[in-house]
Write a protein that binds this ligand. Structure first.
Ligand code: ADP
Ligand code: GLC
Length: 493
């Protein structure tokens, strides 16, 4: 093996092409960092019809590719290619039956597509077929979350003796253990892995298929996206049924903290901001706060603390608790809230009603909007993440860079990246709390707000400290490099 590792990322989303959450940020950024330290990375994504093919200059790469699934079914697809900065090739699997629709995983009513098991089984098989057709020299197949969790099993069954992929080791990264890809077993034949793999130590879970469970079992190495979450997922409470499977991996299960792509998330260069800023001259941040207050219909006043949220509306994020805490906080303090997000329809309704209940105090935007997300990072004074669990979380790391102090629950990656404020010394980079209750959230908001009003010198020093934190990808890339080497060792003995 030469020193340079050749890895293929197989994933269901990646920036800038398609994104529903942090997985896309990771898939768009980690390959660049791996390339910077001398490795060779390719990315394979589905070609969703909502991807802007002319903006991203997709070009036809392979006209037609046959992909065998189970039960003797053959699917057909084409393959496009585009390039990320740094000359990283990104291949897109085109099959309109599976990927020509509005929505990535679900429809406009937030209901999962019924054919998700087939969509992602096909995509994963097709991605591996592309490696074979192109005779790439692959050391590592790196798959992500349930959508591509079948890859390790395909490698060890279908392709165990295939000349190109027979030598490839598999790394499976869990970004979120709540979404496991759980389907009725009637869907198993299409997947093509045989009933011998539908067992309780592999893919079977209460007589249903569990993609993630099989991914964990078959991968040479499994990791998740922060050390604390790696630890937490080995417990019954946060393992969500997978703790036994993860414990069985022993030291082939690790935690590596995500990084930040500072090319995208840096207040000094961010094109989405009203004004740029950097430590030493924070006037641009004040301009962003004013713009944010105007955009969200809040009272324009530089002296009222403003707390931002940008989030998927999913149970994981604790936004039901946050909603209750907002009412409590607004009874007791002069503070403003901005919320950007979408997902759960009930929560969307609750948050949409808030600006009328608290005019000038609460601003809501329901939807997905990247420029607004950047402006919130810059214009808010604090950024809240009230997660019930959080594998890593990226927004709190973005917030630090933007001098927007995180208010977070001490869980997963949030616990690993935010340093608790110490009221007697002034140390810290944010505000952490533990209890999953509206009262605890209102309480920590009160702590941050009182620091804003009463301990200005602490706050200013914390902002400066926060902006100096460095979570660039390079450190994590070195850890992935080690992980890859271990996976290759395990695979090749
Ligand atoms: P998760 O992946 O669980 O959603 P992360 O914190 O890892 O959480 O990443 C979320 C990413 O998605 C961040 O880059 C955040 O800015 C972005 N994001 C989430 N919701 C929205 C939204 N409504 N509009 C724009 N960006 C969003
Ligand atoms: C998931 C997690 C989030 C993590 C992201 C990228 O969606 O919920 O915590 O940052 O993946 O790894």
């Amino acid at each position: 093996m030469s020193n340079s590792i050749s890895a293929v990322f197989i994933a269901s989303e990646g920036v800038p092409y398609v994104k529903t959450g942090g997985l896309a940020d990771v898939v768009g950024a980690l390959p660049k960092a791996l390339k910077d330290i001398g490795h060779d990375v390719r990315i394979i994504l589905p070609k969703y019809s909502k991807i802007d093919t002319s903006k991203y200059q997709l070009e036809r790469f392979q006209d037609s590719m046959g992909v065998w699934m189970g039960d003797g079914i053959q699917e057909w697809c084409a393959v496009d290619v585009a390039y990320l900065p740094g000359d990283i090739p990104v291949y897109f699997i085109e099959n309109w039956k599976f990927f020509d629709r509005d929505g990535i995983y679900n429809d406009a009513s937030n209901r999962d597509f019924n054919d998700n098991p087939e969509r992602y089984a096909f995509f994963t098989r097709a991605a591996l077929q592309l490696c074979i057709d192109q005779r790439w020299d692959v050391d590592i197949i790196h798959s992500h979350d349930w959508q591509t969790a079948l890859a390790p099993a395909y490698l060890k069954s279908w392709f165990a003796n295939e000349p190109t992929l027979g030598r490839a080791a598999s790394v499976f990264t869990i970004h979120n253990i709540q979404y496991q890809g759980n389907f009725p077993k009637t869907r198993w034949p299409y997947i093509g892995l045989g009933w011998e793999n539908f067992t309780s130590d592999r893919f079977e879970d209460h007589d249903r298929i569990n993609y993630m469970k099989g991914g964990i079992a078959f991968a040479d190495i499994v990791n998740t996206v922060s050390p604390t979450y790696a630890y937490e997922t080995k417990s019954t409470e946060l393992g969500m049924g997978m703790s036994g499977q993860l414990l069985a991996k022993g030291d082939a299960y690790a935690g590596i903290l995500n990084g930040v792509d500072y090319a995208d998330w840096n207040p000094a260069t961010d094109p989405h901001l009203t004004a740029n800023y950097a430590p030493g001259d924070m006037s641009g941040k004040a301009a962003c706060k004013k713009a944010l207050q105007e955009m969200f219909g809040l009272e324009v006043n530089p002296d009222i603390p403003l707390i931002g949220v940008v989030s998927r509306f999913a149970d994981q994020k604790g936004l039901d608790l946050y909603y209750a805490a907002i009412h409590q906080a607004l009874r007791d303090m002069n503070v403003q809230f901005v919320v950007l997000g979408s997902g759960d329809k009930t929560l969307e309704g609750y948050y949409m009603a808030l600006p009328n209940q608290y005019p000038g105090k609460v601003g809501t935007f329901i939807g997905y909007d990247n420029p607004k997300a950047h402006l919130i990072e810059a214009g808010a004074d604090f950024f809240a993440m009230t997660s019930r669990f959080e594998p890593c979380g990226l927004n709190q790391m973005y917030s630090l860079k933007y001098g927007t102090l995180p208010i977070v629950r001490a869980t997963g990656g949030l616990a690993d990246t935010v340093v608790q404020y110490n009221e007697s010394t002034g140390e810290g980079t944010g505000f952490k709390y533990t209890d999953n209750t509206p009262a605890a959230i209102a309480n920590v908001i009160g702590w941050a707000v009182s620091t804003y009003y009463d301990r200005k010198e602490h706050l200013t020093a914390m902002v400066e400290r926060a902006m100096q934190q460095d979570f660039s990808w390079i450190q994590s890339a070195h850890q992935y490099e080690n992980l890859y080497r271990r996976a290759i060792q395990i695979k090749r003995g």
